[in-house]
Design a protein around this ligand. Sequence first.
Ligand SMILES: Cc1cc2nc3c(=O)[nH]c(=O)nc-3n(C[C@H](O)[C@H](O)[C@H](O)COP(=O)(O)OP(=O)(O)OC[C@H]3O[C@@H](n4cnc5c(N)ncnc54)[C@H](O)[C@@H]3O)c2cc1C
Length: 446
Amino acid sequence: MVKLSRRVCLKGLVAGGAGTLLGDTVPVKSVDAQAVDEPARKTPVCATADVVVCGGGPAGVAAALSAARASARVILIEQSGCLGGIWTSGLLSYWLDVHNKKGLTEELMTRIEQAGGGGFSPKGQRTGVFDVEITKLVLERLCEEHNIEIFYHSRVVAAQKLQSRLTHVILESKSGREAVAAKAFIDCTGDGDLGARAGCSFALGHPEHGKMQPMSMIALISGVQAQEITAFYNDIDDRQPWAAPKDRLYAAMEAGGHAPSYSKPSLFRVRDDLFILMANHEYGVSGISQRDVTRATLHARKDIHASVDALRKQGGVWQRVRIVATPEQIGVREGRRLLGRYTMTLDDLKEGSTFEDAACKASFSVDIHALDPSKNKGIDAAPIRVKPYDIPVRALIAKEVEGLFFAGRCISGDFFAHSSYRVTGNAVAMGEAAGRVAATAAGKAV
Ligand SMILES: Cc1cc2nc3c(=O)[nH]c(=O)nc-3n(C[C@H](O)[C@H](O)[C@H](O)COP(=O)(O)OP(=O)(O)OC[C@H]3O[C@@H](n4cnc5c(N)ncnc54)[C@H](O)[C@@H]3O)c2cc1C
């Protein structure tokens, strides 16, 4: 092996495009055990767009498509290596609150169905469950058709403002630290990462004690036959009382030697031999703490494997049950709720509020997964019955930062309203509205 001098090595790195390596270290006279000094730096602007969408989940894909249809040049920045967020990286491809939606929600479902990824009951009814892999492919195809530039494996880590106007997002990837300039930005990161970096106020968790809903790791399972396990899942053709199949599934797992952390484990049929299993709750963890997410992930994966092993031990219809995949990303139900020009409240849901600037109509129930496992490991009793209500566009516009919009679970709302509007049918419709508004803000005719 040829030994190179340090000087030659560094020169080579720069020539190979790794120049920032040289600028990422500062010589220090002593080491501070509590903190490090980072060098001030010039971050290259690697791209410009009319609209930059951060986060490629249900809300982000919809926002990007809708902005592109309004003639905006769009860049979509996603930290993982696929589009779809919870539908794909999270493996939970069961779309709720879609029945009252047309527009992109209906269009996306139809496109996935045309590609062979739609779930249908034996009587041909749409189940709302979709094939994860086909969903990934269709979302990428749609973005390609609309000339949306996707930046994968790129995490938004900072924001640049000129006075109160957002001018750039800063991302980190294998290419280093880079800035992207745009006329308008949409935060669809779920956790409100961009809004927080740009200086928006935000709320987290329950108003009394700050606890957040549990996270859940999903699994895709196979080795079962739908017609043999009808007692254990709810079929759209022939609905059983909500809790009955879940209670039977819990009992089967418990009898096999493992009581799952979620007391209402649920199966959703993707195909006759492929199901989504949701049987895990990780309590008392925050989606914006790396340590918490890691701890929850490590525990959840053991829990979900133990649940499936317990089923297999039962033999009979379960004798060949196997986990096909656990997700790369544990499901995080709630993160930051960014402050918008309007904040959705429980009263809006109670009264069925309507707004002139409605982005969409939502009707999903107040769905709060147990916050305190010592009292309940299922779903907490809902404080109200929801009347179908509007989500106004004002809840998607940042109050304190110009040029910034939100869509999906990080929009402006209280803890209770969030537990209803957060589901993916609404996330898509919000993204669609935010994309249109951001394109207009960027000077594009809609
Ligand atoms: C366990 C669980 C079960 C659920 N069950 C259902 C259900 O059955 N049906 C239903 O409709 N809804 C369900 N929901 C709710 C629903 O999934 C979410 O509220 C929905 O995902 C909201 O969409 P989103 O696009 O806002 O967020 P997400 O789906 O979370 O997408 C956010 C995207 O942003 C990316 N991202 C995050 N941070 C950054 C960053 N800093 N830089 C770049 N990219 C970033 C992520 O990788 C992800 O792709 C469930 C949620 C969970 C967690």
